[in-house]
Design a binder for this molecule. Structure first.
Ligand code: FE2
Length: 207
């Protein structure tokens, strides 16, 4: 008998149709026009400022819908059902031709993207293996080589529909390639647990 064991995998959670059409319409109407801050790396990407999750009825509903998945995802990261809260949310409006440069999210443990429109396949969120990771400095990338979780450097999320959610560890690098479809609107957020405990050495986090 032989077996291959995947060591140290990275969790990523997808939830389809978390938001219904009425809530999506309310969010787009309330926030997409407020995306007045142009992204420094793409003129065709704009963001709102940071939104407090308690600042609007629609955002409170979003936070309540995210909560169960957030608690479950956090359990995969830290091995325990912790008390999670969303620190901030913001809305991103990506026009045709715009892109989001590779980045990750500081001062956060779990981040998420809620799609408020469908996302054209060209503009799927792409997660990127850290270039600073431990790996061979050679590769074997060519059409005859099969990609696997052990050799892939990127993961392209499946087609996203309005209302879908993706949760990921905040350290994980991600990007959105040039959007060849119609306007793409997303609501992003960062979340923290109330505390982490390492053998009695505890750190607490508050908004
Ligand atoms: Fe991001």
């Amino acid at each position: 008998m032989s077996e291959i064991i995947g060591l140290f995998p990275t969790p990523l959670m997808r939830v389809e149709k978390l938001l219904d059409a009425a809530l999506i319409d309310a969010l787009v109407a309330e926030f997409s026009c407020g995306a007045g801050s142009t992204n420094p790396k793409s003129d065709l990407l704009a963001h709102t400022g940071m939104l407090a999750p308690g600042s609007s009825a629609a955002l409170r509903m979003v936070a309540a819908l995210i909560a169960p998945g957030l608690a479950e995802f956090g359990e995969h990261l830290f091995g325990e059902r912790l008390s999670w809260s969303i620190k901030e949310m913001w809305v991103n409006v990506l026009e045709t031709g715009g892109h989001q440069a590779m980045h990750n999210h500081a001062n956060s443990f779990v981040s998420g993207v809620l799609y408020l429109t469908a996302s054209h396949p060209s503009a799927a969120t792409v997660f990127v293996k850290s270039p600073a990771g431990s790996d061979f400095i050679f590769n074997n990338n060519h059409p005859g080589a099969a990609a696997s979780p052990f050799n892939a450097g990127k993961y392209t999320t499946p087609a996203a529909a309005a209302g879908d959610l993706v949760l990921f560890p905040s350290y994980l690098l991600h990007e959105v390639p040039a959007n060849r479809g119609e306007q793409r609107v997303t609501l992003a957020f960062n979340a923290i647990p109330d505390r982490l405990d390492s053998w009695g050495y505890t750190v607490r986090f508050t908004n």
